[in-house]
Design a protein around this ligand. Sequence first.
Ligand SMILES: Cc1cc2nc3c(=O)[nH]c(=O)nc-3n(C[C@H](O)[C@H](O)[C@H](O)COP(=O)(O)OP(=O)(O)OC[C@H]3O[C@@H](n4cnc5c(N)ncnc54)[C@H](O)[C@@H]3O)c2cc1C
Length: 417
Amino acid sequence: MQKFSALSLARQAIGGHLGWKPQWRSVAPKPAYDIVIVGGGGHGLGTAYYLARQHGLRNIAVIERGWLAGGNTARNTTIIRSNYLFDESSSYYEHSLKLWENLSQELNYNVMFSQRGCLMVAHTVHDVQSFKRHVHANRLNGIDNEWLTAEEAKEFCPPLNISPNIRYPVLGASLQRRAGTARHDAVAWGFARAASDLGVDIIENCEVTGIMRAPTGEVTGINTTRGDIRTGKIGVSVAGHSSVVLGMAGIRLPLQSNPLQALVSEPVKPAFPTIVMSNTIHAYISQSDKGEMVIGAGTDSYVSYTQRGGLHIPAHTLEAICELFPMFRRLRMLRSWGGITDNTPDRSPITAKTSIPGLYVNCGWGTGGFKATPGAANLFAWTIARNEPHPINAPFTIERFRDGVMIDEAAAAAVAH
Ligand SMILES: Cc1cc2nc3c(=O)[nH]c(=O)nc-3n(C[C@H](O)[C@H](O)[C@H](O)COP(=O)(O)OP(=O)(O)OC[C@H]3O[C@@H](n4cnc5c(N)ncnc54)[C@H](O)[C@@H]3O)c2cc1C
């Protein structure tokens, strides 16, 4: 693998940048692998990387029906934080946040992780109570989170409008300073490059169309648009299409798939120092390194597999943004898009074995799984390699919906980013 360093960059610059090689091997599928990961997003590629790096497994393929990170990995607004309420979730997201903090060094690939903090703005008495509860719960778990008055919030984020005369005045905010953003494609590319270097086959333009099973029930392989592949272990990480792929094995997941939208403005000079989320008026915003304001809109209420949504959803979000940040009223929007999210009833994910031997699933990340990319990949790899969950993901089973042991994070955010 070509290493990135100041020296290698200088050497390539002198050579006119003609010496860079492809960052991962493009291969045709082999007839059999020990493990097949379905889905070439950040979660799937990361899982393959940790299987190879931490568990010493090598005969692995990642099967992607389109191109790497063409799904939600490159469609999201990249908010990374770990200030969730319940012990189970905060330890899962904190595990991930700690991996983010060293990911660029580990992969030798700049994922542009920027810990600029995340302000969650409270507009009602209920918001204040709920966010303070999060602050206390997080601190008991050793996770940074603090409560700011409206004035302190404005000091941290000067464009914030704290006038008492707006529809939903700012009553205060919680702040996780270690929260941040990252470059979404880079996360997938970094994992792909490192996994490929460890011998993982990355196969694009190959759709999984069926799951093969022995008469005794266990998985024996997959059918794909590029032929059948035999394997004894299948890890499914396909975000919005989890119900479709698990349905191929006859498993019905407790998921609903909805479009979620985002949009960006024209690029402007650095004007926005942090991430701001407002659950009540439903808006969240940060500024990308290119200068665009990255704005997350809401989930369409209908079920759909189209990667777009209704215009009224981003329109509502923009009204809210303009109220919170009047200086953005004259910004022009550049483009908008949607992605399909797979939402569980308790808004917490599933990272688990299934009832079928050899079939594992990592799904239900809904609107908030980008932040979990390294953590989920790391724990999913553990679950597949050892055929048992790590203590951190042990509560995140499919069976919790049968047994009633929910991890109810619906209040984590209006759309759980
Ligand atoms: C608009 C939007 C904003 C968001 N904002 C945030 C945010 O700010 N913070 C946050 O933490 N999360 C956010 N999310 C959620 C986050 O994007 C996802 O939870 C996360 O990226 C999922 O990653 P993944 O690797 O599982 O999925 P994906 O990147 O979608 O990868 C799954 C892959 O599986 C492939 N696939 C599907 N079916 C098949 C098949 N049959 N055969 C082979 N391959 C298949 C797809 O092509 C896709 O590439 C947002 C999502 C959206 C849509």
